[in-house]
Design a protein around this ligand. Structure first.
Ligand code: SF4
Length: 502
């Protein structure tokens, strides 16, 4: 796709809201609020609110520069537009099909990521048949963008300081960082809320999750405020405990920037440059921010996020249907409904409750509590991808396919991750403060108080033993299976438990 088409009306989707999606600051803009998108899936209420609010705020901000259509389908609006239209390549296979099928719409190269698709293709093809490891991609991008580099070497001499970022949670149950900054709702939010209530009452749409005060930015100004708040108060503390979970501190030192980045309100490179600027200033002031925090954050934004985007396209549209571990269970109703009240397991109940209330939990509860549960119980990976997409305020198809199918459910047979992210209760106990208040015991795999994660872990290994046999990193866990005298009883217990709320 070409890079620019300035003499056209620029159609911006609701996740293309920053000025970097325009070729000139005064370019005419087309914005379409198509209600059919909401009717297609049962989204989290706060996600629907966030997207609509962001789109309407952008329309209000652009004023006469934008023509804003509130219609049933995209086609209804496009049929009425007479000027030549261009659009930056949208973010999903479905929406790309839509724009390519539309006569008179010029499709441009995608924007909003650090590495272009051409650069990724060059990198991936240059690797031949070798695996496309995120770490290699990330180092290449750091070099190319000259981020956290001292000449040809990474600042501090190491590319990846992840080893320093695996500390368990602090014993007093909170990180020493202030509460994040929160946006204030305005009359546009009020209107969005009224519309969503009305459409739901009319049966046009249905939602999961609670309505609630809007927690995430919807304008460029709010997005910059959230970024500044993170850089001022949380960046230094981000790293060490980024993999830990605390029942009483769900935000910890996380940036809460993923919804903003995924709406296109900030460009990832400006976020990375600001974080690096803070680091270099702090070094010059002789009070250096911890490099493991800064590097860990930079890796999330320009490494992992970009990598997930590029693999979404590179691995093709069939990637979503990969199911190497033959997992076919449906998503149980209590999980689909985010019904934490049905669940006794303290970790899962707490995470599900946070998700119901906020539409967001950080990456470890997603991977090691929610994803781990689905992996162990053999829930269909495509159904879980859809569930993650709908239930999270930052969830989009491009985000979730590689994250869920590849990373969390190991459904690609190990293309993206070298081993399944399956773990028993001991891991959750080490990395959280959940187990002390739980009716289950993380050390038990059999009996009334057997931890569903511990027992589920062994039952999972038993079920997938054949598929995982060739994986060197799974050799020891699989050998461990053979030493369990009570394995048949554990497997029997877990088959009976199935996907009933644990
Ligand atoms: Fe979760 Fe098991 Fe710990 Fe309970 S004992 S909180 S179910 S890991």
């Amino acid at each position: 796709f070409p890079a620019r088409a300035p003499a056209t009306v620029r159609w911006c989707f609701a996740d293309q809201l920053g000025s970097h999606f325009l070729d000139a600051p005064d370019q005419p803009v087309l914005l379409i609020e198509a209600r059919s998108v909401l009717a297609r899936r049962r989204f989290h209420r706060q996600k629907a609110h966030l997207v609509l609010s962001a789109l309407r705020h952008r329309a209000a901000e652009l004023g006469d520069q934008a023509s804003f259509w509130q219609v049933g389908t995209y086609g209804e609006a496009l049929d009425r537009v007479r000027e030549p239209v261009s659009v930056c390549a949208p973010t999903t296979w479905g929406s790309r099909d839509l724009v390519l099928a539309r006569p008179g719409v010029e499709v441009l190269a995608a924007r909003g990521f650090v590495t272009t698709q051409e650069e990724f293709a060059g990198w991936a093809e240059g690797r031949g048949r070798r695996r496309l490891l995120m770490e290699d991609f990330y180092r290449d991008a750091r070099r190319r963008q000259d981020v956290l580099m001292d000449g040809a070497e990474p600042v501090g001499g190491r590319w990846n300081l992840d080893e320093d970022n695996r500390e368990p949670p602090p014993s007093d149950g909170r990180l020493p960082v202030p509460e994040p900054w929160w946006p204030e709702e305005d009359e546009i939010d009020e209107q969005v809320r009224a519309d969503l209530d009305r459409w739901e009452a009319d049966g046009e749409v249905s939602f999961v999750g609670d309505d609630g005060p809007r927690l995430f930015p919807v304008t460029r100004q709010e997005a910059l405020r959230r970024l500044r708040d993170f850089l001022d108060t949380r960046l230094g503390a981000f790293g060490p405990h980024e993999d830990a979970m605390l029942a009483g501190d769900r935000w910890m030192a996380h940036s809460l920037l993923s919804p903003v980045l995924n709406l296109g309100l900030l460009h990832p490179l400006e976020v990375v440059h600001q974080a690096e600027g803070r680091y270099r200033d702090s070094v010059a002031d002789a009070h250096p921010l911890p490099l493991n925090s800064v590097e860990g954050f930079v890796r999330q934004v320009m490494g992992w996020r970009d990598y997930i985007w590029h693999t979404y396209w590179w691995l093709g549209r069939d990637f979503r249907d990969a199911n190497a571990l033959a997992a076919h269970e449906p998503v149980p109703d209590w999980l689909a409904d985010l019904d934490d009240t049905a669940v006794d397991a303290a970790c899962l109940a707490d995470v599900l409750g946070d998700l119901r209330r906020d539409g967001w939990v950080h990456h470890i509860p997603r991977l090691m509590v929610l994803g781990n549960y689905a992996l162990q119980r053999g829930i269909d990976p495509a159904a879980m991808t859809d569930w993650f997409h709908r239930s999270f305020v930052d969830g989009y198809d491009w985000v979730m396919v590689a994250n869920v199918v590849g990373m969390s459910q190991h459904a690609d047979g190990g293309l993206l991750a070298t081993k399944p992210y399956a773990a028993g209760g001991a891991y959750i106990d080490r990395m959280s403060d959940y187990c002390g208040g739980c009716r289950y015991d993380p050390r038990k795999r059999l009996g009334e108080d057997a931890c569903p994660y511990t027992a589920g872990y062994w039952a999972f290994l038993d079920r997938t033993r054949e598929q995982l046999a060739g994986n060197q990193r799974m050799r020891r866990p699989l050998q461990g299976l053979d030493r369990l005298e009570d394995l048949p009883a554990v497997v029997d217990q877990e088959v009976r438990r199935g996907t009933d709320p644990p």
